[in-house]
Design a protein. Sequence first.
Length: 286
Amino acid sequence: MDWLLGPFADPAMARALAACVALAFGGAPIGVFLVLRRTSLIGDALSHAILPGVAIAFVFAGFSILWMTVGGLLAGMAVAILSAAASRVTALREDASLAAFFIISLALGTLLVATFGTDEELLHILFGQVLAMKNEALLTVAGVATLTMAALALLYRPLVLECFDPGFLRGAGATGALVHFAFLSLVVLNLVSGFQALGTLMAVGLMMLPAIAARFWADSAGGQIAVAVGLTIAAGFLGLIVSHHAGTPPETTIVLTAGAFYLGSLIAGPRGGIASRIVQLRHLEA
């Protein structure tokens, strides 16, 4: 028990675990809907898209939680809006325009931080500092999680319907456009929130890996959300424990733990995992 719980006597470890729990309740449900909508890579694209806003805020205000959050949010929303607009007025699909904008954003943000900061500051922005989180950063993460849960309670039905009928929101006119924009806003918000703990590159890992793994354990959207939240909390807890005892970077260890859960689910998950398919095929042969 001391091996498992002892490290959390350190306030930095306790804050890191609290941040992972908050990210679980905010980011995991968003990740599930991205998976169900077959738009998983949007999360990855938008996680890179927030970098220029974070970098500009860093250049002018240093490591200010408030301004880096605002900058990341504005940059992410700008990329989401521009890519959607480009897909509507040109022949490009939204995923193609989003890919173009996020590559530009990633290069621009990296250039800004590399030019006006140090290599260490660039690494902190890209990969996070979960053990150096301040109370105001933790409150930001918790606030975003609370807002996300409240928003999803209102948007749950149209989002679930669109998972089964991809043209639902497009056919709903202005209401559908509003729901789509609100959902993209939640994606950006949670990526900005995750950036506070895991950096711009790692934040999407904790959002998506448990959500993808949950697909192998539950069929319904609600069931997948519950599993994804549980896996995210477990990944945060075990990742911090392993990092503490092994001396590895906590941010990447947390994401790798989530990756291990995904691989285990891929093999042993009862809803389409490799083992279940082998058993099913043998049953059919018999």
